[in-house]
Design a protein around this ligand. Structure first.
Ligand code: AMP
Length: 399
């Protein structure tokens, strides 16, 4: 595999941008995908965030687009606004010397600036499906000159119910095009799309048995559900973290936990779908800049977010979907930084935990927080007799 970006066939303006980003060598997905994309091949990239997949598709695409024409020739479809913002930032950074225009389209904000950006002439459109179709319906953009269609985090787009919109958008693009599909999981529904939307795709799989980033140490903390709150605060108190994301299942939990954390020393903010786009951006910017040390977020923030230097992730609930676990703990330990992820696990969540361990192909280490006053003794192993217990692995200490 090539050890340098220039060996992959990337051109001088791109190499210069990479040097100013401080990237020294390609990640595995970049090393595998970039030469194929430069050759014009369709690919299915099986990779989660944190692997460098954005650069893997952005770098060769910028190179292939070459010069500014002012008509959209590349469309990147993404599931969430946050991911759209990040992908656009990446295109801008990598295309610093390429002279191409990039437009960002997502819902929840006014149309004016987006319409103006389109009217000024753009080469690359990064969009969420709803707003894109909306603007297309208003004849504000054309898709008939798209040469490269990039579908990012397709698994998530399907989870979010975007299948019809995504299919419609694919059909609005010219048949003669290059299509790059990225997904953290490659199950049947993904392959079904690939079958009709891609042409003889090469599969580039950099998942190591669907395991999470190797630099992340992750642990399960068994606890009764009514003690989760105390355990969360105790973990925050006893852990030397730089920055931590706390993931919750519901928006209500996110708000409640934010209030609890506010009562501690840690500056905290929150991010979920009920907050306005402006509030979400402020939360993310504040978290990135270090103004907030703790970000409490629902799953919407779990995928795609690229926040450097997060030292810890805490799952307040065991995620319902095993893939979400991988995504969530993928928020930390990015680009070979060390990270830790803790999951608070209560007895009613045992099926979810088993699903995650099944996906990972191994058991996740159970931990007990020393010095924490557990009301019930947490059971640290899942022996067959233990998992048969109705309490799901927790044993009473004092009956
Ligand atoms: P992604 O998987 O696209 O979300 O990228 C994860 C993170 O890795 C981002 O912060 C990128 O800026 C960073 N990154 C991507 N490629 C490289 C590379 N070759 N060397 C170092 N960092 C990289």
């Amino acid at each position: 595999m090539s050890n340098t970006f220039s060996e992959l066939g990337l051109s001088e303006p791109i190499l210069r941008a990479l040097a100013s980003c401080g990237y020294h060598e390609p990640t595995p997905i970049q090393a595998k995908a970039i030469p194929l994309i430069l050759q014009g091949k369709d690919i299915i990239g099986a990779a989660q965030t944190g692997t460098g997949k954005t650069a893997a598709f952005a770098l060769p695409t910028l190179q292939r687009l070459e010069t500014h024409t002012g008509t959209p020739r590349c469309l990147v479809l993404v599931p969430t606004r946050e991911l759209a913002v990040q992908v656009e930032e990446n295109f801008k950074r990598y295309g610093e010397h390429a002279g191409l225009s990039i437009t960002l389209l997502y819902g929840g904000v006014s149309y004016g600036p987006q319409v103006r950006s389109l009217a000024n002439g753009t080469d690359v459109v990064v969009a969420t499906p709803g707003r894109l179709l909306d603007l297309w319906g208003q004849h504000k953009l054309r898709l008939d000159k798209i040469e490269v269609l990039i579908l990012d985090e397709v698994d998530r787009m399907l989870d979010m119910g975007f299948i019809d919109d995504v299919s419609k958008i694919i059909n609005l693009c010219p048949k003669e095009r290059q299509t790059l599909l990225f997904s953290a999981t490659v199950e049947k529904s993904i392959l079904n799309i690939a079958k009709w939307a891609l042409r003889e795709p090469e599969i580039v799989d950099v998942r190591s048995g669907a395991t999470s980033a190797e630099t992340v140490a992750h642990y399960i903390y068994p606890v009764e559900s009514y003690q989760k709150y105390e355990l969360l605060l105790a973990l925050l108190e006893k852990t030397a973290f730089k920055s931590v994301i706390v993931f919750t299942r519901t928006k209500r939990d996110a708000d409640r936990i934010t209030e609890w954390v506010e009562s501690t020393q840690h500056p905290v903010t929150t991010m979920h779908a009920d907050r306005s786009q402006r509030e979400r951006q402020e939360a993310l910017a504040g978290f990135k800049s270090g103004k907030y040390q703790v970000l409490v977020a629902t799953d919407i923030a779990a995928r795609g977010l690229d926040v450097r230097g997060i030292s810890h992730v805490i799952n307040y609930n065991v995620p319902d979907h095993p893939e979400d676990y991988v995504h969530r703990i993928g928020r930390t330990g990015r680009a070979s930084e060390e990270g830790e992820a803790f999951t608070l696990f209560s007895p009613d969540e045992i099926p979810h935990l088993h699903a995650i361990e099944h996906l990972l192909g191994r058991q996740i280490e159970r931990r007990k927080l020393e010095g924490f006053k557990y009301r019930f003794e947490p059971l640290m192993t899942d022996s067959p007799s233990a998992s048969a217990r109705p309490a799901g692995g927790l044993r009473r200490r004092n009956r």
